[in-house]
Ligand binder design. Sequence first.
Ligand code: UTP
Length: 468
Amino acid sequence: MPVSCDSQIVDQLKKHGQDHLLRHWEELNDSQRQHLQEQCSSIELDEFKKLIAQAFDEDSDKSIDPAAISPLTQAIRLPEAGEEQAWTEARQTGHEMLDAGKVGAILVAGGQGSRLGFPHPKGMFPVGPVTDRTLFQIFFEQLVALSNKHGVRIPYFIMTSDATHQETIDFLKENDWFGYPEEDVFLFKQGTMPAVDDQEGKILLSEKHSIAMSPDGHGGLLNALHRAKLFEEMQRRGIEYLYYHQVDNPCVQMCDPAMLGFHKQRDAEISTKVVAKRNAGEKVGVLAEVNGTQMIIEYSDLSEEMSRDTDETGGLKYWAGNIAIHVMNRDLLERLATGETRLPVHIAHKKVSHVLSDGSQKEADSPNAYKFERFIFDSIPLAKNPLVIETSRQEEFNPVKNAEGDDSPATSKAALNARAHRWLGEAGYNVDENATIEISPLIALEPDDLRDKLQPEQLEGESIVLQP
Ligand code: UTP
């Protein structure tokens, strides 16, 4: 165990004016010293210096010039009556991509889920309207059903973080990976970035032996895949397309063949699913163009006036709300992880409690520090032929984000129940409209899977669960 800190680390810290991190060294025990030394050596200080400079550079205002923003010029909208042929063909292409074993799935599950306030990884949240079916179970059951349907293995790459990693592994093991082959699941941790104070750019200590680190955002995915050598794994398995989704949306249609098919047919490097905004004021990023390049404009960057702007049909000009479902080419991800062009870093001014030089703890009651994050959607303007595909909100986007109100467990469960009613109706069954229904993905991935399969007694009662 280190009595004194590694001299190379000390030199680096001194060179960058960050040697205050070792200020309490003498008071630490062996394991605390080990921990602090590891944290210090994990920071690439030469690179990090540039980010600190960026945080303090008043000229590096990253807000987008409103005059440069214009509505999307191209998007695949939901089909009107008579327009279904293109969707049928895209679905066919998607089925072929799946049959050929070229598709993998990515789940980003490293977030802290602070708005929901659930004291476990969000994937463990029970969202089934009747049973305690968790978000993780819904995703894994979809993959079981899809891999059986197409007779292929679909590797599932799950990004966790320090906050979610161990509990996620333990939970999935306890549940036998929900019947999915363990060798097809890859859990890997995203990176972290230190927070710096907003006066001098000094890295903050959360405790005497620990740097105030926070997850590097969902855009940390690219570095994390690279570090864990998962691009090699994808290549070895012949995976060319990755279906990316977030942990909070139980209605995601994993590996949606129509989306995969359009993506391939249009030779896109990235495709994004969107839903029409509920109203002009909805706080969601929108797909738009900036100087002709497609990207996501965060709601805070779109003026109220622009967000209300309508076209000649009366529809919102900035209608396309991002729901964070993408198809991405493996090549694109690998290029952005290892090539010259990387995802930009976003700097946020936040409250970070920390240890003062006299060793006392300082709680932050107003923003006092800069945190650094990357966002996965910044890959859109860096991709060739980015594509936007509209889907139905009620079918595919009902996330669990907040404890109450919009996008909460109550709305998400209600949406799953309503979707189950719709699917049964479409498949030709009559069900009591007051019944609460839950359909396992193992029984159906779409309404057609239910047709002519169910007995009347399976649909009786107030609570109906369709599962094997
Ligand atoms: P959110 O932006 O909703 O953040 O993440 P969150 O941490 O889950 O929730 P709040 O804001 O604290 O309430 C969107 C998706 O990105 C993942 C989340 O797990 C979720 O699937 N994510 C977010 C990461 O994997 N890593 C991060 O650093 C941030």
